[in-house]
Design a binder for this molecule. Structure first.
Ligand code: HAM
Length: 422
């Protein structure tokens, strides 16, 4: 392969036909679920004001501190490539006056997001997410609706062996007590923590719970748990959710140290993992009742989540799950000579009008190479249109399986193809 000087930036990749079809398939599955649960599609811009995420996700989070692609425009605006979709959705809700719509408002999206992470297995700098957000509902049933929707999407994608991890991290009333207890605990163990975790101690103590270092993991295992600090309101909210899950027979694992990496969450947080996979979540989300207040000083209880397409594709590849059945083309049209090119195009037009799909050999000059392509594609019938045939309005109709061939009029060929393809 030629060594190219100009390639995609590190961590970014082209999406080729084969994978693109899976993206489109997943999008269709999401659309179907959205239609059923009455979520409306929204597309927010790829570029947003940087402060939307600084305020929304939190300045001390990994995403804002290290991972945002941000820049200053010539006009002096501080913009960034969106690292996630929830803060933009809340912005869009208020900016477009969605308070005036019947509540709660249900929105969904599908598109690329950008984080300057260290590229590795399951971590891309441009990745695609589908997300569902249910805005203006404080009812625990909202969480259940979101979770059911994601579970149905995974099942439609033939992903059966996943585990839902869930926790409650409390709200502005009780979370400070939990944070205080956590900080005190980790301060007492500071000497044994890794350098990175020591730095997080004063800034964002929750992140220590995500550390992958073995010595930190051991310390984390004994750390205080958010559930022990919940106020009555958060406790009854979470209890109701667990009851619903039990009644609906949705299995879950209560992970008392699940806190998530974005500051806007309160109460319920969840992640969905493949059962046997390293800690690479397919879907993550939770409740973010305070994001409206943080961004616009408006109350907006809400819950949502999003799934990573590349992670899902990795999982499907690993499990050898095929979502798309490749249909072999039935008919291939081989064309040789100038006159045949025109006749061939006219013939293709006629077929297109009849909504018949035929693969053509345009762009390949020799009959041999066109036949090789037809064979590679697995075409059952090959039509050969040369100069002589074009002049006489006929075509050589070749049955590749039976090895038979005969000259028929273009009209008859069309009739036969029509019968084959419908
Ligand atoms: P998140 O957990 O940061 O949450 O991302 C959601 C999902 O996106 C992850 O579970 C993962 O599948 C995928 N993902 C994240 N980063 C990468 C990456 N670098 N490469 C590949 N896939 C990745 C959010 O973004 C929240 N906005 C979710 C949410 C919606 N919460 C409430 N509503």
């Amino acid at each position: 392969m030629a060594r190219l000087k100009i390639q995609t930036p590190c961590g970014l990749a082209d999406i080729l036909e084969e994978n693109l079809k899976i993206y489109q398939f997943i999008e269709k599955v999401c659309q179907k679920a959205a239609n059923f649960y009455n979520f409306k599609r929204i597309e927010t811009p790829i570029l947003e004001k940087k402060e939307l995420f600084e305020k929304g996700i939190g300045e001390a989070t990994e995403i804002v501190e290290k991972e945002m692609y941000s820049f200053k425009t010539k006009g002096g605006d501080k913009l960034c490539l969106r690292p996630e979709g929830t803060a933009p959705i809340v912005r869009a809700y208020f900016q477009n006056g969605m308070q005036g719509l019947p509540q709660p408002v249900r929105l969904w999206y599908f598109g690329p997001f950008f984080r300057h992470e260290k590229p590795q297995h399951g971590r891309k700098r441009q990745f695609w997410q589908f997300g569902f957000e249910l805005l203006n509902s404080a009812d625990p049933i909202a969480e259940i609706l979101i979770l059911k929707l994601f579970i149905e999407i995974l099942r439609e994608l033939k992903i059966q062996d996943f585990i839902l991890e869930i926790n409650s991290i409390g709200d502005e009333n009780c979370q400070p007590y939990f944070k205080k207890a956590l900080t005190q605990y980790f301060k007492g163990k500071a000497k044994s923590l890794c350098q990175n975790c020591r730095e997080k101690l004063g800034k964002n103590v929750f992140r220590i719970l995500d550390c992958k270092e073995e010595k930190c993991k051991i310390i984390c295992a004994q750390a205080p748990q958010s559930l022990d600090y919940l106020c009555e309101d958060c406790k009854s909210h979470f209890k109701k959710i667990l009851e619903y899950l039990d009644e609906l027979k949705i299995p879950y694992y209560l992970n008392p140290h699940l806190v998530r990496g974005l500051d806007y969450y309160c109460k319920t947080v969840f992640e969905i993992f493949p059962k046997d996979e390293e800690r690479l979540a397919l879907i993550g989300g939770g409740r973010y009742d305070n994001l409206g207040k943080i961004l616009f000083k408006e109350k907006l209880p809400a819950v949502g989540g999003s799934g990573g397409i590349e992670r899902i594709i990795l999982y499907l590849e690993k499990k050898n799950i095929k979502l798309i059945k490749e249909k072999k083309p039935q008919v291939f049209l081989a064309i040789i000579g100038e006159m045949a090119k025109i006749k061939g195009l006219e013939f293709l037009d006629e077929l297109r009008e009849e909504k018949i799909k035929v693969i053509d050999g345009f762009g390949k000059d020799s009959l041999k190479s066109q036949l090789r392509l037809a064979e590679k594609l697995g075409a059952k019938f090959v039509l050969i249109l040369g100069e002589k045939e074009a002049r006489e309005g006929v075509v050589l109709f070749k049955d590749m399986e039976k090895g038979k061939q005969e000259i028929v009029s273009l009209k008859e060929a069309k009739k036969r193809i029509k019968k084959l393809c419908h």
